[in-house]
Structures are given as structure tokens and as C-alpha cells.
Design a protein around this ligand. Sequence first.
Ligand code: ZN
Length: 256
Amino acid sequence: MFLGSGSAFTVGADNFQSNMLLINEQNQKLLIDCGTDIRLSLYAVGLSYLDITDIYISHQHSDHIGGLEYIAFSSLFDPRCNKPNLYLSKDIASDLWDRSLSGGLRSIDGDITSLESYFQVNKIENNGHFDWGGLQLNLVKVVHVNNGYFLMPSYGLFFEANGIKVFLSTDTKFCFNYIGEFYERADIIFHDCETSHYQTPVHAGYKELVTLPARIKNKMWLYGYQPGALPDAKQDGFRGFVKRGQTFEFSPQNLD
Ligand SMILES: [Zn+2]
């Protein structure tokens, strides 16, 4: 379920940041990224922090982590909650606390805290995976930002559910050479897609994605787009743009 399908800077109630819930047959939920919108996007589908027991973080931009303070404080001080499980690549874990979350979360009344005070932290090794809800979720390192000194990655996900292979790009530049093998292997692809007139170099743009081979576009859904008019993605060979609230059921009969 896409709680939102917009970009980081989506405004208004028409859409939210691209955070998703992966829900299994036992109705367990894995929140994939937790942006600044998360209170509102959960509320819009009748959920709250009470429903968030497991969180995956792909990288440190605020549309992916900006809602963690809400989840952390709300869960810590609500006796109904256990510590949520937090799954993230090992390289992101220390930076997440030191460079982002500690500013707001480090001090509580009478104590100094750490990331582990709020979350059951599961650090994932390089090229590793984690197991959740009967699924094996494999991290796929993608190139998001090149600051000229080093590359800032994001970690997409590749998993198989009911025999359906799913690739979720999270935030990535367009680089077919780097992640093309995952496009080929997947049965269904969810890809971030910038639709702005002022294309940035840190996301795949529609004009770039449209150059992909038909066999790949034919299994690709687009999300993370800007507000405003959208191109006719179906006409251009894609499955379409994901709408806020849209759900996808991973079973063979629902692929077409
Ligand atoms: Zn990002």
C-alpha cells in the first residue's frame, strides 16, 4: 500500500511522500520509509504509530526518516507499544542517530538516550538481507547522490512474495548499467520518477525512464513524482503512475 506516491516536497492534501506499507497475510505491517508526512499519511488510511511495529529505512533524506521522531517518542511513552523493529543498512545506522535523530531524541526527562532506547535496531551487512513476516528482503544499493567526493547510496529492496519478484528502487539516479539486472529479474518494478521540468541529477527522470526497453517498462510502476500534470505513462509503455493509497496484491493472477 502506497501511503503516498509523491516527491519529498509534495504539498497539499492531494498526495503524500512515497512511504509504503508491506502487509503480509497475517496483517503484519512493514513500514518502508518514514517521512515527515507519516502522521498524516497513516491517519488518512485509519492508522497511527500504534500500527507501526516494523520499519525499514532506505536512506537519510527527511521524506524517508523525518517521521521517526514521532514514532520514537509516541512508542516510548505509550505503554501499549513495544519498541518498533528498525531495519537498515549498517552504514546508515550510526549516521541516522548522530547526524539526524539525536538532535530531537537524545534528551528525555532524566536521561540521555540512544537509537536503541527507541528501536530494536537490526543492522544489515553489505549486500545483505533481513527476514520479515515470512519474506526475505534483499537490500539493493543504488546511487542516489554524488557530492563529488563520495556517493551517497540509498538501499532499494528486492524480494519474492507468492512467487512474484518485486523490485522497489527507493531513491536512485537513472543508471541502467548498475541496476539493470534487477529490472530484468523482477516481475514487477516500483521506480521513483521525477516529473519536474527542472530535472535534478539525484532521481531517475521520466525522460530517462522512457528510454528503457519495452519489456522493462511493461512491468514498471512509477512513483515519487511532482504535483501537477503527468505524462501518459501507459501510452509510453509503463504500467502507470502509482496513486496515493493504491494497493498491489502480489499473486500470479493479479500481475496483469
Ligand atoms: Zn532521497
